[in-house]
Design a binder for this molecule. Structure first.
Ligand code: C2O
Length: 602
């Protein structure tokens, strides 16, 4: 009986919610939001850092919703300093970053620094419900950490699907000892991303609605460095849509070499990246330099959600314009069924930009694409991305976990993903690291906290991921890189033979694709006490619960002192939360509450 009441309430709430959402979209048409357009830094070479290192570098990020039209179609965008993608943050290895975040976005928010280890500063990792309370609207919070690594990173909101609404930016850490430093003249960044015309709040409500049978929402555009060219004929009447967005263009001089840092900031899709007539030499994968071998020169790079590569391009072709191509790989997506949200989107899967040789004039490229087929939705071949120096994986495993990726419908027929049949539910106002510091034992947590702990200093943790689902999952580990000791077809332990593990020179990275019906075995060192998220980076799957929390060395971590401002944030969030119970002001929060309620029903 009680269950029934909950379900009815759930449906009623959902209806109110949809009504509210509709008004939100309606109000987008008004001029309530400021319209902005800024030229992106992404089309210029990275400016050189002048101040010598080690230095403390200060940044200020203002989060605000403004109207932007990255692909021509105007929508409210969760911007950073009025920009999408947000401003560049860069430093040298060994520097300290002090980043003040002021949240003027109307929603709570956090910023996660994707790939940054946060040694000794777990509380600045930016994961709501795990490492901090969300930063409420009108509140500033300062992230402050040293960076003892180098490479190509990005930052993004970790609060609900805010990053998909635009809250992302680029974070580059230079290595004074970069073995490739003299192999290129200039350093460029390219982001590739899917893009949605609807804000994510209503998309999430639909994705997580009872009885929903479709797949993840279909994007409307593919963007290169935040720029797309939408065919405006698909835009509803009355919306601003610019058909003449200039193509994203990178300028090169013949005879020079360029480093391109490619980042996939998508919610959902895998891209192939290529530049016609220009083979690309891979030199970095997610903060690890790559061995200088011929296999590292590739023509087409598959890049999954949240992954990064650095490549060197030799501008040695005739002076001309050449296409830069970012194509969504269809074979990584499920079928486009008509019960899927936005299935009839008029997306062009093949985004193009231009590599413009100085002096080439402005005529359209006539270059042709390199052939490419990816039979399964896999990572770039391991032989192309071996670490610069062989880095053997540890052979003595001290903690061994098996994570089955599972899908199930709860009693309300909401489809949820989980780790070992448990769908993660964040508790925003009581982050896990605070609980560990208050001496709570993670083994007493609710099952839906998906908490897995280990306490041996510098032990070797092994995680075997088994994906017996017809979907691909790019998994990201916070606070670490990992060795990929095995990966392949088959989603049962019986498919994995330990004799085939590569411990000698495995690929090292922080984000790995686990294709459908396959497995991977990763290892990492327990060298970073704290609470670390381990999750599929497809944002729709995060909200469906495909998240684990790794509780690393709780005994030691619980003896650390949480900075006062991190603790204070929870009080600020609590008072904010109490004053904003109404659906109209907090659609996303309400959705999470609704989900939590559904889980209670279960
Ligand atoms: Cu880009 Cu939890 O990460």
């Amino acid at each position: 009986m009680k269950f029934k009441i909950f379900s009815i309430l759930g449906i009623t709430l959902l209806c109110c919610f949809l009504a509210v959402t509709a008004t939100l979209i309606e109000s987008d048409k008004s001029n309530k939001l400021e319209s902005r357009s800024t030229k992106s830094y992404l089309f210029d070479p990275l400016p050189k850092l002048t101040e010598s290192s080690p230095a403390t570098r200060y940044y200020h990020l203002e989060l605000k919703v403004v109207k932007l039209s990255p692909d021509g179609y105007e929508r409210p965008v969760w911007s950073v300093n009025d920009q999408y993608p947000g401003p560049l943050i860069q430093c040298n290895k060994g520097d300290r970053l002090v980043i003040n975040v002021t949240n003027n976005s109307e929603d709570p928010a956090t910023i996660h620094w994707h790939g940054i280890f946060q040694h000794n500063t777990n509380w600045y990792d930016g994961v709501p419900g795990q490492t901090q309370c969300p930063i409420p609207n009108r509140v500033s919070f300062t992230y402050n950490y040293t960076v003892d690594q180098f490479g190509t990173f990005w930052y993004h909101s970790h609060f609900l699907a805010q990053y998909v609404d635009g809250l992302v930016g680029v974070l580059i850490v230079h290595d004074p000892d970069d073995p490739y430093r003299n192999s290129y003249h200039e350093d460029y960044v390219i982001t590739v991303s899917d893009w949605y015309h609807s804000p994510t709040a209503p998309l999430l409500v639909q994705r997580l609605a009872p009885h929903y049978t479709g797949f993840n929402p279909y994007p409307d555009s593919a963007l290169i460095s935040g720029v797309g060219q939408y065919n405006c004929s698909g835009a509803p009447a009355g919306y601003y849509c610019n058909r003449n967005v200039p193509p994203p263009t990178y300028n090169v001089n013949k005879g020079k070499k360029y480093r391109f840092r490619i980042i996939n900031t998508s919610a959902y899709v895998t891209f192939t990246f290529s530049i016609d007539n220009h083979p690309l030499k891979v030199i970095e994968v997610e903060g690890t330099h790559v061995k200088n071998v011929s296999a590292a020169t590739v023509t087409v790079i598959p890049i999954h959600v949240a992954q990064r590569y650095s490549v060197i391009l030799d501008a040695n072709q005739p002076v001309d314009n050449y296409y830069i191509r970012a194509s969504i790989i269809d074979s990584c997506l499920p079928p486009r069924t008509n019960d899927t949200i936005n299935y009839n989107s008029s997306i062009n899967f093949n985004a193009t930009g231009i590599l413009h040789y100085q002096g080439a004039g402005s005529k359209k490229p006539t270059s042709t694409a390199y052939p490419f087929t990816i039979p399964l939705c896999q990572d770039l071949n391991a032989s192309a991305i071996r670490p610069y120096k062989d880095s053997p994986a540890p052979s003595n495993v001290t903690n061994d976990f098996v994570f089955n990726i599972t899908f199930a419908r709860n009693d309300d027929d909401v489809g949820l993903l989980g780790i070992n049949n448990s769908s993660f539910v964040p508790v925003f106002n009581n982050p896990t690291n605070l609980r560990i510091m208050l001496q709570e034992n993670f083994t007493d947590f609710d099952k839906n906290q998906n908490a897995y702990g280990y306490d041996i200093p510098n032990g070797c943790v092994q995680i075997t991921l088994l994906n017996n689902q017809p979907a691909n999952h790019p998994f990201h580990l916070h606070g670490h890189t990992f060795w990929i000791v095995a990966s392949g077809l088959g989603a049962f332990l019986s498919n994995i033979s330990t004799s085939e593990y590569n411990l000698k020179n495995p690929v090292i990275r922080d984000t790995i694709i686990i294709p459908e019906f396959s497995h991977a075995v990763i290892r990492y060192l327990a060298d970073n006490p704290g609470v670390w998220a381990f999750h599929c980076h497809i944002e729709w799957h995060v909200e469906m619960g495909l998240v684990a929390q790794l509780i690393e060395r709780p005994t030691e971590f619980s003896n650390r002192t949480l900075p006062e401002d991190v603790r204070a944030l929870c009080l600020q969030y609590d008072s904010y939360y109490k004053n904003h119970k109404r659906l109209t002001t907090l659609p996303r929060d309400s959705m999470v509450k609704r989900l939590r309620m559904f889980k209670k029903v279960k």
